[in-house]
Design a binder for this molecule. Structure first.
Ligand SMILES: O=C(CO)[C@H](O)[C@H](O)COP(=O)(O)O
Length: 229
């Protein structure tokens, strides 16, 4: 990561995660994100539950659910929830207008459902994630396998350079049994318009552009905590 070493970055992730808990109240249903920053929040939540905080949680991935359960965090099934009080998740990039790119961990669909259900959707980040324009990080999209070639055609028509995500030389498969395609659209002048165009593609289950879904971004920068809302 440019301009920040890993220890400092982890320290910032932890500070941002801790700062998010001022917004968590007893009896809240808490949406849990996926990724290294969300992991700091999940570990912090477990400590607070041990200290007496009473919450129930919903997980945005199998990995997050397994971690939460292993730490004694009670997990509700996402399909039973009509709303979530607060969610805490990371991001790959964000702008001051609170638009995000997410999905580096491949959990974008469940993360988007959780963000959409949340009354208070909080993103926590280190200082490397803030950008003036989204798009240096490629936009992940989740694709139903049988629609792969159709979706690739449609992405090419939008001038996106698409790469099917692999892990350990095998095609990456999401928790929902789908593929992830990482698409380079260059730096985005109008992320809202791209999001609408991607929404129109049949077989594209979800994309990593989170537009208008975020209540606040809590970013740690050194010892400082900056809140964008
Ligand atoms: O969207 C995500 C997973 O799908 C993550 O929030 C995003 O990739 C950031 O991850 P990290 O906190 O490890 O940098």
């Amino acid at each position: 990561m440019e301009g920040i070493d890993k220890n400092k970055q982890d320290q910032e992730k932890l500070s941002a995660a801790k700062a998010a808990f001022q917004f968590v109240k007893n009896n809240d249903v808490v949406g849990l994100g996926t990724g290294s920053t969300a992991t700091f929040a999940i570990e912090e939540l477990a400590k607070r539950i041990q200290a007496g905080l009473k919450i129930k949680a919903a997980a945005s991935s199998v990995k997050t659910e397994e971690l939460a359960l292993s730490l004694g965090i009670p997990i509700l099934k996402l399909e039973t929830l009509g709303s979530i009080d607060i969610s805490i998740d990371g991001a790959d990039e964000f702008t001051e207008s609170l638009n995000l790119i997410k999905g580096g961990g491949g959990a974008l669909f469940r993360e988007k459902i959780i963000a959409s259900l949340s009354k208070n959707s909080i993103i926590i980040t280190d200082s490397s994630k803030k950008v003036d324009r989204l798009g240096a990080f490629t936009v992940p999209v989740e694709v139903v396998p049988l629609a792969l070639q159709y979706v690739l055609n449609q992405l090419a028509a939008l001038n996106g350079k698409a790469v099917l995500r692999k892990m350990d030389e095998k095609t990456f498969v999401s928790d929902n049994g789908n593929y992830i395609v990482d698409v380079d659209f260059g730096l985005l002048d109008k992320p809202e318009e791209l999001a609408l165009a991607l929404n129109q593609i049949d077989g594209l289950l979800a994309h990593g552009l989170f537009i208008g879904l975020t209540s606040k971004v809590i970013m740690a920068k050194g010892d400082e905590i900056l809140v964008f809302e």
